[in-house]
Design a protein around this ligand. Structure first.
Ligand code: ADE
Length: 259
């Protein structure tokens, strides 16, 4: 393999989001750094590094820093789940982040709420071309109803997943698992146009922004960010999540000619 070949980092927060992707790897090798296991190899002849970071912004930021500094990734794809904030979103829908905000960043009155101090940025914009590519891949995936062949009817019915849709827009990240309706109301009050909430994306976005590397954050809605979230989340990640991640990554990384 030539040294100029592009390397894609693929990250999730939890094993269930990423184990299926690791299983796709050819020529797999493992490296342990800072209590994370980085799996290198190829998917469809594309060189990749796959890792799960554990949950939260710090875990995600340190993991993506290692991907950048030790594995020299040229692009980052984050795949995982999120709680729905916008009322249109349903469990099973997929969100592509066009911009990402850290909803728990608040250095007011020194800096405006949500602005990253001394960086002067509140929302990190995803790379336009990467967003377009992700949107096309997900639309194709959902059109094919491929997920319906991979996930049992029982699970699809349990979650009310019939015709999942793709949405694109603002994702909010913070070190909180939303499990009360009031948390959702508060977030909507501060950030009216947020589609969904999760715990890593905007941290990954900040690090990638600082390194000048394009990132894509793709989130499947696992719960409604309210009192039922804990139950839905556990079942969703066990039964549904990894199927989504595998299919999203397969669609995003089409077969390349071997070098
Ligand atoms: N990821 C998935 N569901 C979530 C929730 N309800 N809150 C925060 N992160 C999540």
């Amino acid at each position: 393999m030539s040294t100029t070949e592009k390397i894609i980092g693929i990250m999730g927060a939890i094993p269930e989001e990423i184990n299926g992707v690791i299983a796709l790897l050819q020529h797999q090798e493992k490296t342990v750094i800072g209590q994370r296991t980085y799996y290198t190899g190829t998917i469809n002849n594309q060189k990749v590094v796959v890792v799960y970071s554990r949950i939260g912004k710090v875990a995600a930021a340190t993991t993506v820093s290692t991907l950048l500094l030790r594995f020299n990734i040229d692009e980052l794809i984050f795949t995982g789940v999120a709680g729905a904030i916008h009322p249109d979103l349903r469990v099973g829908d997929i969100v592509v982040g066009t911009s990402l905000v850290q909803h728990d960043m608040n250095a007011f009155p020194l800096f405006p709420i949500h602005e990253i101090p001394l960086l002067g940025i509140s929302a990190f914009l995803a790379d336009e071309a990467a967003v377009k590519k992700a949107e096309a891949a997900i639309d194709h995936l959902l059109d094919q109803q491929h997920l319906h062949q991979l996930i049992s009817k029982e699970e699809l019915m349990a979650f009310g997943i019939e015709h999942p849709k793709r949405y694109s827009g603002l994702i909010a990240s913070g070190d909180q698992f939303f499990h009360q309706h009031q948390q959702k109301v508060n977030l909507q009050h501060h950030l009216g146009d947020v589609l969904c909430v999760e715990m890593e994306g905007a941290a990954v976005a900040q690090v990638c922004y600082e390194f000048g590397v394009p990132f894509t954050v793709i989130r499947t809605i696992s719960d409604e960010a309210n009192e039922s979230s804990t139950i839905d989340f556990q079942r969703f990640i066990q039964k549904v999540s990894s199927c989504y991640s595998i299919e999203v990554i397969q669609q995003l990384i089409p077969m390349k000619k071997a070098l």
